[in-house]
Design a protein around this ligand. Sequence first.
Ligand code: PLP
Length: 412
Amino acid sequence: MSADAPRLFDVEQVRQDFPILHQEVNGHPLVYLDNAATTQKPQCVIDALVEYYSQYNSNVHRGAHALSDRATAAFEGARRTVAKALNSPSPKQLIWTRGTTEAINLIAQCWARVHLREGDEILVSMLEHHSNIVPWQLAAQAAGAKVKPIPLNEAGEIDLDALREMVSEKTRLISVAHVSNALGSVNPIDRICALARDVGAISVVDGAQGIAHYEVDVQALGCDFYAFSGHKIFGPTGIGALWGRTELLDAMPPYQGGGEMIESVSFDGTTFNGLPYKFEAGTPDIAGAIGLAAAFDYLNQFSREAIQAHEAALLDHCCTRMAGIDGLRRVGNAQHSAAVFSFLVDGTHPADIGMLLDQQGIAIRTGHHCAQPLMSGWSIPGTARASFSLYNTLEEIDVLYEALSKVLTLLR
Ligand code: PLP
């Protein structure tokens, strides 16, 4: 085997890398199926954080001493690792943010607020997370522009014909999720970006869920911006990134003022630093960036195809088992779906299901999943959602099935 051969994907060995999984919750072995909310961290990510804080904690870019040099090298190395993972032409196009939410707000404030005019339109789909709706509403309100929803079909897929009808010379920006957190639908990002380009609009991809399941190539997708959160891809909370096209980023004003983002400051006028620092005011989340790079390094050991095949098998097994439960219906059934299973059961409320499953050590999420327009559009209060990751097993789905069957006899 060559030194570069991927590590064999063996779920039992993978589970050994995640210490949190090996515990009991409410007297039962933990079954963690809330990965769309946040993923667990492998030991190497935890170690990277501990190593930074215990061996070279120091501020970056400004210290003239060894620890600061080491921290700066690790921090900028992390940027290179993450930029390379996205196939970014340059690491300067990768701006650290607190996560997807901050990344989208950055574009809304620094691009949309500058460019939007009265009557302009921003298109977002009906399945978007609030983070990909509200920042655009704020920017649109200030300009007298409109945020218009792109409809879905019954399976929970973006209706591309409807989108083709909607795009016009008024369209300034189209922003869609790579993968829906509520339904699992994988959106045809390359086609949507091409539609935006056709009318001279900017394309934004909310990659909060996409990054967790797929290898992202921003050049192949053809997007102008890609936003994601580290905690959804086995990295720490509080760190994420915005990738953007250089011409757009260069032309945008800074997001926040402070240290690091300036070239020189005087009361006669301040000049700004270049990319990416222009958008990174203040001391960044140094440990977070280093931890996030460790998470990418962890994933890069495996073939992404092997992980995707495992997750597809999990979803398939879940669909088969759940089909055996009377009155259960999957919400969203996109042809191309990530390992997310949203469901409702006749005569029960999702919150009760979640609470009773928790008593059996099973963590799922219930509610509107920060996608209220989707839920109200489909006239449902919310869903129960099991979302899977690389460390989940077919046996855990069997445990979910047994527990759910028990729960439903109590509830009905
Ligand atoms: N977009 C989607 C599709 C998400 O699933 C989430 C989080 O659940 C977000 C945006 C917001 O991510 P964060 O809270 O990490 O900024």
